[in-house]
Design a binder for this molecule. Structure first.
Ligand code: ASP
Length: 609
């Protein structure tokens, strides 16, 4: 139906006759001549309908409205001097229409199809097919396509096989709530949609496939936030006969290829690595944004000889006092400081203490500190005249968490975050376990198939059952309550990859021996019967010559969101769901017929609306 794409026509085509098709982006009548901006996926071209060339098609052009689908045949001409549009690649030329066909009409639109659409997100998602006509959204999907294409090319070049794993399966070990699917032919039995292909990819290693990958949908029934969706996509991979460095090398190479292909940005390898402990110490989080420095400093040993009760209380309860230097903000007014305090309180801290470096130490709390202590504080936070020093005193977890969020906020306020900068960091040496106070048991920090470090294997096996069964209360390095034991000091062969403050992936070297796996379940207070019921098929496979193996999964939506400079993963997913896990376009989830429920042997126990 067409000889050219709208956005591809250039000055070199002047004088040729073209046929173009697409949607009417804009329609206007200037002094009796109709101008139409015709749009297809490639861009826009201007078509001109002049009554002096054909009064019939000029008349027909008057019937066209926004988003009508049309076909125009005509001659490419240079635009008259002074009417060029430099913001458009085809802005030097126009098509003088000689034929026009209205292929399809369009109802009045629920919102204008513009790049900066201000319609509500719900409305845009309800009419997603219209929303997807916006060039910015199309750009995001094109970028997503280029990303997955780069992934496939790169992994293929490294001998990875793309293998599909089941969607109707059993619960996997990621620990979120499952989406369940009833089985009609096995009444009362349910499949779980996979939270990841974790177990199957490990089984593929036992099968000798050596290098697996898949770009795969995963399902987790969690409370949703800006960067979460009930179904999301992972670039999932697994490799045999490898150690941590081998997995990291593959991922660095893959990201390098993606950034080069998609953005033309050349990344430098190897990426920085930080141990979990160091990341928490310096940035308060294992997802540090390294586009700016602004590090946190532990002030506990300095402020312990002050008489400031709030600090002393936190320290006596095993917590800490940490500080950050808000460079150059000593001019903040009382109101600005109150607002900052409220913000930190909304993150979970009890309060925020401050000292301005302004003709000495200007602060309501300065009187509680001897002069040498104040000097030491200023020195530790590398402060100069005009700085504002901020402190949180709380449990280790709260102090770190709130200050890391404050750090991100200050990064923005102080304009420390440069555009188009990509700072990757590997976080390594994660604790193997974390303590769950509600359930009074340890949980695997990554998942239960993650191997302890080689150095810790002996210690891992030496931990006595009584220590797991009868935990003694204490506090662990990150401030959460935990039994005082060696358990929380054990490290895992687990790693996360972080980009600009977002966790974009995580993985581990796995346990490949049944005895290690059994001990792991014992530590997690998972009985042999329960382990067998949940993961028996993997456990059995481990007994049939499982090779050492490890892998990782990257969150594709989050990665593409960062590549596209988008604000939410919904902007890079063709048909996303809302924060309430609803699809406004299809109206899923929805009620089903009584007959369907009967076939599935399901009786509902919900109140009717
Ligand atoms: N299955 C893990 C996850 O989804 C990733 C991995 O360990 O490879 O987080």
């Amino acid at each position: 139906m067409r000889t050219h794409l709208c956005g591809d026509i250039r000055e070199t085509d002047i004088g040729t006759t073209v046929s173009v098709t697409g949607w009417t982006n804009k329609w206007r009548d200037h002094g009796g001549v109709v101008f139409i901006d015709l749009r297809d996926r490639s861009g826009i071209v201007q078509a001109v309908f002049n009554p002096e060339i054909s009064s019939d098609i000029h008349k027909l052009a008057h019937k066209i409205r926004n988003e009508f689908v049309i076909q125009v045949k005509g001659e490419v001409r240079k635009r008259p001097d002074g009417t060029e549009n430099l913001s458009m690649p085809s802005g030097q030329i126009e098509v003088i229409a000689k034929e026009l066909k209205i292929i399809n009409e369009c109802k009045p639109l629920p919102f204008m199809i513009e790049d900066d659409a201000d319609a509500s997100e719900f409305l845009r998602l309800k009419y997603r097919y219209l929303d997807l006509r916006r060039p910015v959204v199309q750009k995001n999907l094109i970028l997503r396509h280029k990303t997955t294409k780069s992934v496939r090319e790169y992994l293929d070049s490294k001998e990875f096989l793309e293998v599909e794993t089941p969607m109707l399966t059993k619960s996997t070990p990621e620990g979120a709530r499952d989406y369940l699917v009833p089985s009609r032919v096995n009444p009362g039995h349910f499949y779980a949609l996979p939270q990841s292909p974790q177990i199957f990819k490990q089984i593929l290693m036992v099968s000798g496939l050596e290098r697996y990958y898949s770009i795969v949908k995963c399902f987790r029934d969690e409370d949703l936030r800006a960067d979460r969706q009930p179904e999301f996509t992972q670039v999932d991979l697994e490799m045999s006969f490898v150690k941590t460095d081998d997995v990291m090398k593959i991922i660095e190479g893959m990201l390098k290829k993606i950034f080069s292909n998609v953005l033309g940005t050349e990344l430098k390898e190897p990426f920085i690595r930080l141990s979990y402990d160091e990341a928490i110490e310096r940035f308060g989080t294992d997802k540090p944004d390294l586009r700016f420095s602004l590090e946190l400093k532990d002030m506990s040993s300095i402020v312990k000889d002050s008489s400031f009760k709030v600090f002393l209380d936190a320290l006596s309860k095993g917590g800490l006092v940490k500080g950050i230097n808000a460079k150059g903000l000593a001019g903040y007014s009382r109101k600005e400081l109150d607002d900052l305090t409220k913000e930190v309180q909304s993150f979970g801290a009890k309060g925020l203490a401050w000292i301005k470096i302004k003709n000495g130490f200007d602060s309501p709390i300065a009187k509680f500190f001897p002069e040498p202590t104040l000097k030491k504080i200023a020195e530790t936070l590398e402060s100069e005249e005009g700085d504002l020093l901020l402190f949180v005193a709380d449990t280790k977890q709260v102090a770190n968490d709130t200050l890391s969020r404050l750090r991100n906020e200050l990064g923005k306020r102080l304009n420390l975050i440069e555009k188009d900068v990509y700072k990757f960091v590997w976080i390594t040496d994660y604790p193997l376990f974390e303590w769950n106070e509600d359930e009074r048991r340890y949980e695997a920090m990554h998942h239960p198939f993650t191997s302890p470090t080689e150095e810790d294997i002996k210690k891992f096996f030496s931990i006595d059952k009584s220590e797991i069964q009868n935990p003694v209360k204490g506090r662990c390095p990150n401030g959460t309550l935990r039994p005082k034991s060696e358990i929380s000091l054990l490290r895992a062969q687990a790693y996360d990859i972080v980009l600009n403050g977002y966790e974009i992936g995580g993985g581990s070297i796995r346990i490949h021996k049944r005895d290690v796996q059994n001990k792991m379940f014992e530590m997690l207070k998972i009985s042999p019967e329960e382990a067998d019921k949940k993961f028996g098929f993997l456990l059995e496979a481990l007994e049939y010559g499982a090779p050492p193996h490890g892998g990782i999964a990257l969150g594709l939506d989050r990665l593409v969101m960062i590549l596209a400079g988008a604000q939410s993963i919904r902007d890079v997913i063709a048909f996303p769901k809302t924060q309430k896990a609803v699809c406004p376009l299809s109206n899923a989830p929805s009620l089903v017929d009584e007959k369907q429920l009967k076939e599935l042997s399901i009786k509902l126990d919900v109140e009717e609306d």
